[in-house]
Design a protein around this ligand. Structure first.
Ligand SMILES: C[S@@+](CC[C@H](N)C(=O)[O-])C[C@H]1O[C@@H](n2cnc3c(N)ncnc32)[C@H](O)[C@@H]1O
Length: 430
């Protein structure tokens, strides 16, 4: 529960909850730069708001939930995948009913901010991240924030690092003074309890500012989210297809499983018993995933299937101008087998671990990695792909453009019904 002490002309009014403008067409976006492990504070705020959200955590050296798996609170997160757009990892809390994702982006806050669409909430506890050493100033800080938040959105300035310093020098105090009458309006003070019970501190206090922003940003949500949370660019009915598939695992290949956790604990019994009796991170069930996939707010999306091209003279061959790494969930839901070069296969597996055995590396004993020429006139990639199909049951296959960009021809002996080729450049020779 967030208690909001709102400044009004009649004095301070205590209310429950923040006044947040929740959009109908997309989830709430909260950006928390340089958060380290304090993302539990902004996470709790999102839980209190209660709307579908994407929690965007950023740090140069990110603090992934599994790094704190022995601390209460953090162990509830299940790693879902990596992102194509960023260095980073994607999480989900299987106990939470509201649709959400928590993403962790590794990198400089300034550069990360430039790549984001306008966010609804800019959550800050470390404003220094936006400045080169010794060059902080309140005006340019507020300018920068207001350019990156939607009109009517909020700046939540966490006082965690500012409660005890000298009032005059205190950055939060300066913000409040500077904001009067500007693009950033001081609304009041908010307090909430962090039920994600972390060792560091248990309640948060923040100044709340409203942003008045007339400007738009070139990065649009529907484009951005494709390379971040690919479920948003899949049509909702597609998710029903996976119900019929057996043996689906939804926790990430690198996530810590309950078995792994217990093994670690047995090996380090000297640390005493853990704070919880069972490892609570559960694998997301197929049913939960389907429900989640169907019900997410997609807004104004362009779908991959609308841009797939067929060729009259090349039956069975299709192409699409798109980045394959942004559409791995779509391929998985459509029962494609994805065949890629070794290094790409590894990346794809981190992004969409659900592909499982439907993701294949093109190299084999007959075609070792060193002998496969993916590009150029002398490419043997098509032969290598075809030889993989002989040992796997695949009617629909997807890969990326190879050779000199010329489309192959499906022959009588080809073991696939459809080959879908992804390309990013315009060049396709029919
Ligand atoms: C003092 S810690 C504060 C962590 C957290 N915000 C808190 O208040 O508990 C500073 C954090 O900022 C991160 N950091 C510093 N400069 C940054 C930048 N330009 N972009 C992203 N993260 C940055 C560091 O990696 C570190 O984790």
């Amino acid at each position: 529960m967030t208690v909001f002490f709102k400044e009004t002309t009649d004095g301070t009014l205590a209310t429950i909850g923040l006044d947040v403008n929740v959009r109908k067409d997309r989830p709430l976006l909260l950006f928390h730069p340089a958060c380290d492990r304090n993302y539990a504070s902004s996470w709790q705020l999102l839980l209190d708001i209660g709307a579908e959200f994407i929690h965007i955590c950023n740090d140069i050296g990110p603090a992934y939930p599994e790094m704190f798996r022995y601390e209460s609170g953090y162990q509830y997160f299940t790693r879902f995948g990596d992102m194509n757009r960023y260095e980073g990892q994607v999480y989900h809390n299987s106990q939470l009913e509201v649709n959400h994702r928590q993403i962790h982006i590794e990198g400089d806050a300034r550069q990360t901010l430039d790549t984001l669409p306008l966010v609804d909430i800019y959550y800050d506890d470390y404003p220094y991240a936006l400045f080169h050493e010794g060059r902080m100033d309140v005006k340019s800080y507020l300018e920068k924030i207001s350019e990156n938040v939607v009109d009517g959105g909020l700046l939540i300035f966490d006082l965690k690092n500012f409660n005890h310093s000298n009032e005059v020098e205190n950055w939060s105090h300066k913000l409040k003074q500077e904001s009067l009458g500007g693009k950033v309006e001081y609304l009041g003070r908010a307090e909430w309890l962090n039920l994600t019970d972390i060792a560091l501190h248990k309640s948060s206090t923040a100044f709340v500012f409203k942003i008045h922003n007339e400007m738009d940003k070139s990065v649009q949500f529907s484009e951005w989210v494709k390379g971040v949370i690919p479920e948003y660019s899949c049509r909702n009915w597609l998710f029903s297809n996976i119900l019929s598939k057996g043996r689906q695992k939804f926790s990430h290949i690198h996530s810590i499983s309950p078995d792994h956790y217990h093994e670690m604990w047995r090996n380090h019994i000297e640390f005493g018993s853990p704070m919880w009796s069972d490892y609570p991170a559960v694998e997301t069930s197929v049913l939960d995933y389907v429900e989640y996939g169907k019900s997410i707010k997609r807004g104004d999306q362009t779908y991959l299937d609308d841009s797939i091209k067929k060729y009259e003279k090349k039956p069975g061959i299709r192409t699409v101008k798109a980045n394959i790494f942004d559409h791995l969930h779509w391929l998985w839901l459509n029962n494609y087998t994805v065949i890629l070069r070794d290094k790409h296969e590894k990346k794809a597996r981190r992004i969409c671990p659900m592909l499982g055995q439907k993701l294949i590396s093109v190299s084999s004993n007959q075609n070792p990695n060193s002998k496969i020429r993916w590009s150029g006139d002398k490419s043997n990639a098509f032969e290598a792909i075809e030889s993989k199909l002989e040992t796997n049951d695949c009617s629909r296959v997807a890969s990326i453009i190879y050779g000199n960009g010329e489309l192959p021809t499906k022959t009588q002996s080809s073991k696939f019904d459809e080959l879908l080729i992804f390309h990013i450049d315009d060049e396709i020779k029919v």
